[in-house]
Structure formats: structure tokens, C-alpha cells
Design a protein around this ligand. Structure first.
Ligand SMILES: O=C(Cc1cc(-c2ccc3c(-c4nc5ccccc5[nH]4)n[nH]c3c2)n[nH]1)Nc1cccc(F)c1
Length: 271
């Protein structure tokens, strides 16, 4: 099936990025609502990301998981490339986190467990580093989390302070730029869990050089407020381990008491 722009009614902009915009759109025949991402070939060529885009499209179009945003297809015209992406009805997770300041332990555990399941699925297909910082997470109609993996490119509306080139989520081996494996995702998930519970990432600092140092030294501190259970701190401490082989394995994470006692098995936070 060759898609063209005339197959869609275009709606409001959903996000804006370096390589183009994302619009709400409806496929005319099926009335199916999607997110249509428009990338400008000129900018892709300038930044030599065509090969990366092809790889991303290849990866994303084969991933099928409730917590990974679907790529339904793509098409192009003279000047643009269009990605037909799943529409996440409740929008961007980081806006929700900014609004609530931090999440309850049940909400955080539910999100962390569903991300762990998505990462187990990805690693099973030899796909790693899904770039799981809050900016890359969307919320579906039932409240479920979706990894949207903007990885290589875009930022959506009103960037977060640590948005551009954030180091916060990188594990030591990536900051020290040695080769990385699937265990980088466990580190990033630990950083994300900490930020869900405290509202800030664990190694945040004013200067990149300070964040860098705090990461490589694993300078992990738990503030007195908000009050967080020792079980949650225990899980985070088992994920933010410098030696990548010593990090808690994702399937072990799903058996951790804090996850078992707090995560909703459906991966849906019902409040
Ligand atoms: O570019 C992205 C990731 C991506 C997803 C999105 C994106 C942005 C926003 C939304 C939304 C959405 N729903 C909203 C509801 C309320 C407010 C805002 C919303 N945004 N749904 N789906 C989206 C998808 N932008 N960029 N993936 C990608 C890139 C290259 C190749 C490839 F195969 C995939």
C-alpha cells in the first residue's frame, strides 16, 4: 500500500522538532487517528541522518509491544518524509511529571515495570538504548506508557531545562564512551525511576562537567523529601551500579519486592 498525503486529514501540531513537526491526523478511509511526523529531506541531508532514519524505520516498524509506540508506515514526496506513528491520546509523560512534581510509588512502580517489560522485549530482539528519558515517553488512552524513542532527533514543544544534550540519563560507560550493551537501559531505567519519585534526576548539576563527575562516581544521594520507601531506594541502588554486569537484570527487577508490591500488573496506573 503506497500512502500519500491525500490519504489523511491533517489536524493540530502535536510537537515540533529539529527535523520537522508532528501533527494529529486522520486516515480518511478508516477514520483512524494517527500522529503524522513530517521530516524535511533538506535537513535530513544536511545532517546526514538519512541512513539513521532508515535504520530507525526498520527497527520501529518491526517492534510490536503495548509499551512501544507503533510506526505504522511511512511515505515521501519531493521535499518531505512522512512517518505514520501511533497517536498517544494522553500526551507527553514529562508534562505530567512537571505537573505532579513527582509520582506516587504505585504510579512510579507501574511505569517502571511496564518499561522493563518493553525493554526485555527490545533486548530479546537485540535492540538496545531505546533512550528512555521522560521526554521520550508518551501516555496512551488507558494511561499506559509508550516509549516513543525520539532517540536520534526531535524535541517536542517547550523543551525541558536538561533537554538539549542532556547527560543525565547516560551511564558511566557511555559518558566515558566505551562500548555499551543492553545494561545501559537498566541504568537509564534506574535514573528514570529516581526522577519519577523525586522529580529530578539523581546526578543533576548546574554544569555538564559536574553531572559527568557525579555519574562516573555514581554519586547517588536520596534527599529527605519527598519521603520514599527504603524498598524503592534499594531497587534504584541495584540499578545505578557502575559495573554494568552487576546491575540488576530486568527480569529480576520485575521480581523485586517494591515492584511486586506497588506495580499494577496491567501496566495501567488507575490513580
Ligand atoms: O520520531 C520518532 C519519535 C516521535 C514520536 C513523536 C510523537 C510526538 C507526539 C505524539 C503524540 C501526542 N499525543 C498527544 C496528546 C496530547 C498532547 C500532545 C500529544 N502528542 N502521539 N504520538 C506522538 C508521536 N514524535 N517523534 N520516531 C521515529 C523517528 C524516525 C524513524 C522512526 F521509525 C520513528
Amino acid at each position: 500500500k503506497r500512502w500519500t498525503l491525500s490519504d489523511f486529514d491533517i489536524g493540530k501540531p502535536l510537537g515540533r522538532g529539529k527535523f520537522g513537526h508532528v501533527y494529529l491526523a486522520r486516515e480518511k478511509r478508516s477514520n483512524h487517528i494517527v500522529a503524522l511526523k513530517v521530516l524535511f529531506k533538506s535537513q535530513l541531508q544536511q545532517s546526514q541522518v538519512e541512513h539513521q532514519l532508515r535504520r530507525e524505520v526498520e527497527i520501529q516498524s518491526h517492534l510490536r509491544h503495548p509499551n512501544i509506540l507503533r510506526l505504522y508506515g511511512y511515505f515521501y514526496d519531493q521535499k518531505r518524509v512522512y512517518l505514520i506513528l501511533e497517536y498517544a491520546a494522553r500526551g507527553e509523560l514529562y508534562k505530567e511529571l512537571q505537573k505532579c512534581k513527582y509520582f506516587s510509588e504505585r504510579r512510579a512502580a507501574t511505569y517502571v515495570a511496564s518499561l522493563a517489560r518493553a525493554l526485555i522485549y527490545c533486548h530479546g530482539k537485540h535492540v538496545i538504548h531505546r533512550d528512555i528519558k521522560p521526554e521520550n515517553l508518551l501516555i496512551g488512552a488507558q494511561g499506559e506508557l509508550k516509549i516513543a524513542d525520539f532517540g536520534w532527533s526531535v524535541h517536542t514543544f517547550n523543551r525541558r531545562r536538561t533537554m538539549c544534550g542532556t547527560l543525565d540519563y547516560l551511564p558511566p560507560e557511555m559518558v566515558e564512551s566505551v562500548e555499551h550493551d543492553a545494561s545501559v537501559d537498566i541504568w537509564s531505567l534506574g535514573v528514570l525511576c529516581y526522577e519519577f519519585l523525586y522529580g529530578v534526576p539523581p546526578f543533576e548539576a548546574r554544569e555538564h562537567s559536574d553531572t559527568y563527575r557525579r555519574i562516573v562516581q555514581v554519586d547517588l544521594k536520596f534527599p529527605p523529601k519527598p519521603i520514599v520507601s527504603s524498598s524503592a531506594k534499594d531497587l534504584i541502588s541495584q540499578m545505578l551500579v557502575k559495573a554494568s554486569t552487576q546491575r540488576l537484570a530486568l527480569h529480576k527487577l520485575l521480581e523485586h519486592p517494591w515492584i511486586v508490591q506497588n506495580a499494577d500488573p496491567s501496566g495501567i496506573y488507575r490513580g
